[in-house]
Design a protein around this ligand. Structure first.
Ligand SMILES: Cc1cc2nc3c(=O)[nH]c(=O)nc-3n(C[C@H](O)[C@H](O)[C@H](O)COP(=O)(O)OP(=O)(O)OC[C@H]3O[C@@H](n4cnc5c(N)ncnc54)[C@H](O)[C@@H]3O)c2cc1C
Length: 312
């Protein structure tokens, strides 16, 4: 056992420190190799303690939330993977709710609807956790989740803490400062409107769920949209093609195309689905095939929305 693993075991107990732990079941793509070491945390102070120990031992840390926006390489992830598992939601005054990073977006939506807080109901059906949603500024239709965030509690990689108001989070399309700083989200406070009718909020949530079922291949493992949509400031999409990554992949003739166990979804060309036998290498090769075809055909260079983690 390495000195680092021994230190983790001393803090968290042997049964919670898993060596060579499979990660594929913790992702929605259901692919990828193991973590050198996996720790499922149950509270923010546990995340902070794990960060401090990893920092002291010079071990790399990867955060894994709901695993719904990642492609983990077949050779897995070196170092420590922290997987926040339990979390709570609390009201803060009348107009804020605070949710730990581990809380699922669906759990947060249910919590707010049941208590008559409006603001998050349209996010029903978004896979993943508060931590992952803040990291990538999750979007739904024309809205970004960062628009609802009031502040985020962060931990630096050495375990020191800071609080960032939303204005300092550098939220942008599919982006936040966490992509550059490596800071870890511990919790986020969301702006809400109290005193609303839960039945009306539930109706909005149902509409989102219905729209998702109609437009996304929810029956197969995927990681949501593979590519970001083109940026009008950077990319020129030929006239007559909608400015979306899915439309470009579709018009490049790749909708439904398969490579190994990976296929461009026939329902939504910006989704790649796993038929149950795909490897991360299959998916990565299909991603590059789509990117190259769109570049050659339309001169648009698509950027990843998914995060590729670990060794391929
Ligand atoms: C069927 C389907 C539909 C989807 N629809 C949408 C959609 O409508 N809109 C949308 O935006 N996305 C969508 N997604 C993608 C995904 O659900 C979101 O990006 C989600 O916010 C990712 O959260 P997660 O917890 O699963 O993050 P993960 O996939 O676990 O991680 C994503 C990134 O965040 C980092 N991270 C995770 N937790 C933390 C933390 N606490 N602190 C710092 N970094 C962290 C990880 O290291 C990784 O780099 C969809 C995915 C699927 C499978």
């Amino acid at each position: 056992m390495s000195a680092f693993t021994a230190a983790l075991v001393a803090r968290f107990g042997a049964e919670r420190v898993r060596v060579q732990a499979p990660l594929a079941p913790l992702t929605t793509f259901k692919v990828g190799g193991p973590a050198d070491v996996l720790l499922e945390t149950q509270a923010s102070d546990e995340i902070v303690d794990a960060l401090k120990l990893a920092h002291a031992h010079g071990v790399a840390v990867t955060m894994l939330g709901g695993g719904s926006n990642v492609l983990i390489g077949d050779k897995g992830i070196r170092g420590l993977v922290i997987h926040p598992r339990s979390g709570a939601v609390h009201p803060v005054g009348d107009t804020l709710v605070r949710a730990d990073a581990a809380v699922t977006i669906n759990g947060l939506v249910r919590w707010t609807i049941n208590r008559g807080y409006a603001g998050l109901e349209a996010w029903a059906g978004t896979p993943g956790t508060v931590g992952g949603a803040v990291f990538g500024n999750a979007h739904w239709k024309q809205h970004n989740i960062g628009d609802l965030v009031e502040s985020v509690r962060l931990a630096r990689r050495d375990g020191t803490l800071l609080q960032a108001p939303a204005g300092r989070m550098e939220f942008d399309y599919d982006d936040s400062r966490l992509k550059r700083t490596g800071e870890v989200a511990l919790w986020a406070a969301f702006r809400v409107t109290p005193g609303q009718d839960p039945a009306a909020l539930r109706a909005v949530a149902r509409e989102s769920l219905h729209f998702r079922k109609k437009t996304q291949p929810l029956e197969s493992p995927s990681a949501g949209c593979i590519f970001m949509n083109p940026d009008p400031a950077r990319d020129t999409v030929p006239a007559g093609i909608p400015p979306s990554a899915g439309a470009l992949v579709d018009r490049a003739g790749l909708k439904g195309v398969a490579l190994g166990g990976a296929r461009v979804s026939p329902t939504h060309a910006n989704f790649i689905i796993n038929d149950g036998t795909a490897t991360a290498a299959d998916i990565k090769a299909l991603v590059e095939r789509c990117r190259n075809a769109v570049e050659e055909r339309f001169g648009v260079s698509l950027r990843d929305e998914i995060m590729c983690l670990g060794d391929f």
